[in-house]
Design a protein around this ligand. Structure first.
Ligand code: NAI
Ligand code: ISE
Length: 334
């Protein structure tokens, strides 16, 4: 039996996910879509044999929709996730879970009240082969204790609407989630350093930035966020341990040697870099919904990410080290 999915938001990643559900993921079918950009959504609905409906609320209430995917703009996520929980339906929500920490908390509280996990947040890096290999090596203990992580999140360029706030809230949020998962530890403090600003940016964006995080056991993490690096989409993570160093592998691209030089391809954007991870993320989500047991990034992970990005923002604004205070984790998420 196929899982019948309704998608809210048929923009860039919404279309990508619909394509994955239609062509790659097994055991699922998109049966309904909605977007405030009606014409495009109607066309996409027609292409995949789905129904177009006018609102997210209507889509969630359709009896034929078994599970919901939220890929609309950030400020709309919370309302649709809460609505899906009200309808007792599984919901996959792209990051962020909510634009407010209090909003993430409302979602956590709704799940706790229901006594069941229905929400998965789109932190796809946990499904990337490179990060999974890092986790396996760290967990094996063969390199001893982890001491430091040096990371980079570089994008080719950012649009005019991408501002200083977004470097941490929109981009580094992926490192914030995946590194916590990798280390199996929460963060206790954040700091932000603002290096010399590139001339390839605009007035509203200070680029690059460096986010520094400390974990419960004292591990130091630095994340360079440089969203106008010009040359490619480059994600780095070097884990320094007591008995060795392990670095994140990237998907392999063929290299061309010519005229005394060696050229190796690199991805140009996150869709290319994490294509396999997105596919695996959605396949495992469909499998877990079908099995009636969630096992991906939870609403609690969405809440912790939000607390951390908020602390990062305060650290940037004040120039100070800001403590990260996370509520007690409810049993539902342990
Ligand atoms: P987009 O702007 O291309 O698409 C968003 C779509 O949502 C638009 O078509 C817009 O008309 C629609 N929309 C807005 N409000 C709506 C509402 N109330 N009901 C129905 N549709 C509505 O943006 P993009 O890049 O596709 O991002 C969507 C979400 O996915 C964002 O929250 C973003 O943070 C997240 N994202 C996650 C990525 C990841 O790597 N996991 C990568 C890119 C985006
Ligand atoms: C974007 O919103 C994403 O989620 C991408 O994964 C990230 O790499 C990029 O920096 C963000 O702007």
């Amino acid at each position: 039996m196929e899982l019948k999915i309704g998608v809210i938001g048929t923009g860039a990643i919404g279309q990508d996910h619909i394509r994955r559900f239609t062509n790659k993921v097994k055991g699922a079918k998109v049966v309904a879509v909605t977007d405030i950009h009606v014409e495009r959504a109607e066309q996409i609905a027609q292409e995949v044999g789905a129904k177009f409906v006018k609102t997210g609320e209507e889509l969630i209430s359709l009896p034929e929709v078994d599970a919901v995917v939220v890929t609309s703009w950030d400020p709309t996520h919370e309302q649709y996730v809460l609505e899906a929980i009200n309808h007792n339906k599984y919901v996959f929500c792209e990051k962020p879970l909510s634009v407010e920490t209090e909003g993430c908390k409302r979602i956590v509280d709704a799940e706790v009240k229901l006594g069941k996990r229905l929400v998965q947040v789109g932190f796809m890096r946990r499904y990337d082969r490179g990060y999974m290999e890092l986790k396996e090596i760290i967990d094996s203990g063969k390199l001893g204790e982890v001491l430091m992580l040096h990371c980079a999140h570089r994008n080719v360029s950012s649009g005019e609407n991408y501002d200083t706030l977004m470097a941490i809230v929109n981009s580094a949020v992926h490192e914030i989630d995946v590194l916590r998962w990798l280390l199996n530890e929460d963060y206790v403090a954040a700091q932000v350093i603002m290096p010399k600003k590139t001339s390839n940016t605009h007035e509203k964006l200070h680029d690059p930035q460096v986010l520094i995080l400390e974990t419960e056991s004292g591990i130091h993490i630095d994340v360079e966020i440089f969203v106008n690096c010009k040359y490619g989409y480059d994600i780095k993570c070097e884990v320094v341990c007591e008995d060795g160093v392990v670095s994140l592998s990237n998907p392999s691209y063929s290299s061309i040697r010519t005229a005394g030089k060696d050229f190796t391809g690199i991805p140009i954007d996150w869709e290319q870099r994490f294509e396999a991870a997105y596919e695996q993320e959605l396949q495992l989500w469909v499998d877990s919904v079908t099995a009636d047991e969630m096992n991906g990034p939870t609403a609690w992970d969405g809440y912790v990410a939000s607390v951390t990005t908020t602390a990062g923002t305060e650290a940037r604004e004040t120039g100070k080290r800001v403590e990260i205070k996370i509520d007690k984790c409810p049993d539902l998420y342990k």
